[in-house]
Design a protein around this ligand. Structure first.
Ligand SMILES: Nc1nc2c(ncn2[C@@H]2O[C@H](COP(=O)(O)OP(=O)(O)OP(=O)(O)O)[C@@H](O)[C@H]2O)c(=O)[nH]1
Ligand SMILES: [Mg+2]
Ligand SMILES: [Mg+2]
Length: 569
């Protein structure tokens, strides 16, 4: 397909390959677990259903991604360990951490009802992920020992805390009593104060859970004489162990030793310098526009399985838009977003300090929320269709130093939308006219925009057919905070008083500078031919009043194809 003059923006994307022989671990945890557990009335200090739900999600992750060989989790966190030699997505960190978090989030929503049949999910769960690089088996061993120590310490603390609260202490009083207490003192408090033997607490609470791959004999068929033909197959199993970083536990599993290596000694002490490396996260360049671009994984297949209309399914696109609205409402630093097909780009304001600009946290939080939302809202947009496969997305963060380059980035995506849509419209029309898929492909090979335009007119018998297609298909969707008219605010009653802005879905030409001139507050910068640094002041951001609002395109004289498409190429 043709390249556009905006393609240069790709050069701002940075490589984040994790080099061999580093062992890749993806750590995930819930973004706002205390609120999530409060709202859904999780049992304190441990809710077994919630833990089993986490385990089910981890198991699904191991089954989906064959290169993950081991995982360990407790409370609201899980760590996934990849085979040493993995080539998963060319070992690119943001791809890996986003895919895992996205899949995990989707499964959490889909499996919720199995574990919480009586409880409605009130708001979408969202998680954060990051990659931990383990330079050797010794480092991996320390990492696992460190996580399991945290499991033990937090469980022991929380068990004491909630027993004290149950017995009449306030939360602050209970915290005060526990301040500075050692392991042994806590055990005694539990035993003498509440007749609880800590060692008899459920294993899942004290030790956490491992889901790991192991080889099992699997019957593939039976011979004529009735004897079974067996093959070794990898299976994800759930195990508990007092010490997951011990040689005796680890070296018992052949698969772990083969794909990762042995533990030479027992990990008796966790080195603080290793812990420091586990906590390290890289930050995005200051004072640059951050774009988080997410893209559906294998959506070609996903759209086939769910029988999306070809080449564009308005329901699917509206579902994407609705999720984008939720993302903007949650992360107030996102000033603009643009979506087409199975992708969405979210622009964070230049001065954003969201998660101190830590790349993995921003990417994973956006991808995770988007994925949970997509799954939760599916029925709203496809009431007649069951979700047959979990939808999931990858994500990346790219920094653009100036507004001009940012706008070129957005123009690049909109040109791409146009190019793909024109091609796909021709392709499916040729197929409908009786050509096979490969004939249609050959027919279109090397054709220019103008030829495609004419082809569509010829095939449809409608002059300028392409421009009669819905604007959302031709231009993609833009989601941003827009000023509300006074009348609009008044119509919404007292709840809307003081809310000057709301999130809108608009169908506009973002290549044309006139859009940005008409909305100077989006980027917070004055437009006068070029963008200058003159600020329009900070925006008052508000909660969206009507997240389903989908405005019709304002001035349709911005329509992309009223000008020859080649202008953008
Ligand atoms: N029929 C139909 N298909 C769609 C629609 N939106 C997206 N798709 C499909 O999703 C694909 C998105 O393209 P890509 O993101 O390049 O492909 P992918 O299959 O998701 O592959 P990866 O992103 O590399 O995992 C398109 O090629 C279509 O097959 C839609 O509205 N209707
Ligand atoms: Mg895709
Ligand atoms: Mg795509």
């Amino acid at each position: 397909m043709a390249n556009s003059k905006y393609e240069y923006v790709k050069s701002f994307e940075v490589e984040d390959e994790i080099m061999l022989p580093i062992i890749i671990v993806v750590h995930i945890d819930n973004r706002d677990f205390s609120r999530f557990s409060e709202v859904h009335e999780f049992v304190k200090p441990n809710d077994k259903r919630a833990l089993e739900l986490m385990n089910e999600c981890a198991k699904a992750v191991l089954e989906q991604f064959p290169d993950i060989i081991f995982s360990y989790g407790f409370c609201d966190e899980y760590s996934f360990v990849f085979k040493k030699q993995t080539k998963f997505y060319q070992r690119r960190a943001s791809k890996i951490l986003s895919l895992i978090i996205s899949y995990f989030s989707t499964i959490y929503v889909t499996k919720w009802k199995e574990l919480f049949p009586q409880t409605e999910m009130r708001f979408p769960p969202s998680f954060q992920s990051r990659v931990i690089s383990c330079a050797s088996m010794e480092v991996l061993q320390s990492y696992l020992a460190w996580r399991q120590r945290d499991c033990h310490l937090s469980n022991q603390y929380n068990t004491c805390l909630w027993e004290l609260i149950r017995n009449g202490k306030s939360e602050t009083e209970a915290q005060e009593i526990l301040k500075g207490t050692q392991k042994q003192e806590k055990n005694e408090l539990l035993y003498q104060g509440f007749n609880i033997n800590y060692k008899e607490q459920e294993t899942i609470f004290r030790q956490g859970t491992c889901i790991l791959k192991t080889e099992v004999q699997h019957i593939v068929k039976y011979k004529q004489d009735g004897s079974p033909v067996q093959r070794l197959r990898m299976k994800a199993i759930k195990v508990h162990s007092k010490n997951i970083a011990s040689r005796s536990f680890w070296n018992d599993y052949l698969c772990l030793c083969r794909e990762l290596g042995h533990f030479e000694e027992d990990a008796n002490k966790i080195k603080p310098e290793y812990v420091k490396s586990f906590l390290h996260v890289s930050k995005l360049m200051p004072s640059t526009w951050i774009v988080i671009r997410i893209d559906g994984c294998h959506f070609h297949r996903f759209s086939d399985v769910h029988e999306f209309e070809k080449p564009n399914d308005a329901r699917a696109l509206n579902l994407m838009n609705s999720c984008a609205v939720s993302v903007l409402e949650e992360f107030k630093d996102i000033v603009f977003s643009y979506g087409v097909s199975d992708e969405y780009s979210f622009v964070l304001k230049k001065e954003s300090q969201l998660y101190q600009r830590r790349s993995s946290e921003i990417v994973s939080a956006v991808v995770s929320l988007f994925s949970s939302m997509y799954t939760m809202k599916w029925k709203e947009f496809f009431p007649q269709k069951e979700l047959k496969h979990p939808p999931y997305f990858d994500g990346r963060a790219v920094c653009y130093p100036t507004s001009e380059i940012l706008l070129d980035y957005l123009a690049w995506r909109q040109v791409d939308c146009h190019i793909n849509n024109q091609y796909n419209t021709c392709f499916w029309m040729l197929v409908k006219s009786g050509k096979s898929k490969s004939e249609a492909q050959n027919y279109l090979k090397g054709t220019q925009a103008q030829e495609k335009h004419e082809l569509l007119t010829r095939l449809s018998g409608i002059i300028d057919y392409y421009n009669t297609l819905p604007l959302m298909f031709r231009q993609g969707s833009s989601v941003f905070w827009d000023k509300q008219e006074e009348e609009e605010i008044a119509n919404q009653g007292k709840d809307a008083v003081g809310k000057c802005y709301k999130v809108v879905v608009d169908l506009c030409n973002i290549i044309e500078k006139s859009f940005w001139e008409a909305h100077p507050e989006i980027l917070g910068e004055k437009f006068n031919g070029n963008f200058s640094s003159g600020s329009y002041g900070s925006l008052r951001r508000i909660t969206c009043c009507d997240c389903k609002v989908s405005k019709l395109a304002r001035s349709n004289n911005l329509s992309l194809l009223e000008q020859p498409a080649t202008n953008f190429l």
